[in-house]
Design a protein around this ligand. Structure first.
Ligand code: NAD
Length: 285
């Protein structure tokens, strides 16, 4: 087969989004006499989380958002963590609160996340924001699904009417992704561990989002010719390389467009977090 897919350059589009955020952050700072603020809370020292947290803080510095670092030991108690959330909720210099997941075992992540003021929930994980998205009136939208939508828009994709299949149904990616695609006018199928025939669900999709966390889970031969493929998965292969959930090499000659890993949805996620922080800051001000 001689066709090859358009590579959806998440890195380039993320740079564009960050540029917009930088301009908005400068205008906000001039108008309100303070920079927009993002509190980034990390509990424990999970190495992958530390990398994400470092990248998020660096991205804030580069765009004129003030980041407040809260690094707590894994032994922190429920009351102390809830106390910090309450303090950040009340702090006027803080527009967004990011609680890096996963939290150590012993802490109830739902309880902690539910305590965040929905107006400062820049991850878009609070049931209030998920509910608003489900009701077609999104406010703060989960960063990874929102990043997929923004990337598609930048490439001029018309989503209305497309048959879309989302592989994965987690609260942070798969489910809100399905709601975003529904909002965009797609006819949406959501696959999970109970799905009987994953190949068939992917084969009829004109748009596929893979968010499982298993390398090569979505096979190239399942991709409908010309389909748009968004690979959210981030996995470390045996050789230490970062790979997605889609068998990229096999999908490339069939897809119409595809995101690489790395350089696809990963950078978009951080860019949308910054964009959400500006949305939250402007709405509060
Ligand atoms: P998760 O483990 O919470 O959810 C995985 C989902 O996949 C579940 O809903 C499960 O039902 C489904 N699943 C598992 N096996 C399946 C199968 N055989 N068929 C169909 N569905 C199946 O994971 P998550 O937090 O949603 O993350 C998914 C992946 O996305 C991971 O690789 C993660 O690292 C990555 N991720 C990337 C970004 C980014 O910025 N690019 C952000 C968040 C997560």
């Amino acid at each position: 087969m001689s066709r090859t897919a358009t590579l959806l350059d998440g890195k380039a589009v993320a740079a564009k989004v960050r540029g917009e955020v930088k301009t908005r952050a400068a205008a906000f700072t001039t108008k309100h006499g303070r920079a927009p603020g993002l509190a980034v809370v990390q509990v424990g020292s999970d190495p992958a989380s530390s990398v994400y947290v470092r990248n998020k803080r660096k991205a804030c510095d580069e765009t004129g958002i003030r980041s407040f670092a809260h690094d707590l030991p894994s032994t922190v108690g429920r009351a102390e963590l809830l106390g910090l959330v309450a303090k950040l909720n009340a702090d006027d210099a803080v527009d967004g609160i990011l609680m890096q997941l996963p939290l150590p075992a012993g802490l109830d992540a739902n309880e902690i996340m539910d305590a965040i003021d929905p107006r400062k929930d820049v991850d878009g994980f609070h049931p209030h924001n998920t509910g608003l998205l489900a009701q077609k009136r999104p406010r703060l939208r989960p960063c990874t699904p929102y990043g997929v939508i923004r990337l598609a828009a930048e490439y001029g994709m018309k989503l209305r009417g497309l048959r879309a299949t989302v592989v994965g149904a987690s609260n942070i990616v798969g489910r809100p992704m399905a709601l975003e695609l529904l909002l965009a006018g797609c006819t949406v199928t959501v696959c999970h561990t109970g799905t009987r025939d994953l190949a068939a669900e992917v084969e009829r999709a004109e748009l596929v989002v893979a968010a499982v966390g298993r390398p090569g889970m979505v096979r190239g031969e399942w991709i409908r010719p010309g389909a748009a493929v968004f690979d959210v998965g981030i996995n470390r292969s045996d050789s230490g390389k970062l790979v997605g959930d889609v068998d990229f090499e096999a999908a490339l000659p069939r897809a119409g467009a595809i995101t690489p890993v790395p350089g696809g949805i990963g950078p978009m996620t951080i860019a949308m977090l910054l964009s959400n922080t500006l949305d939250a800051a402007e709405a509060r001000a």
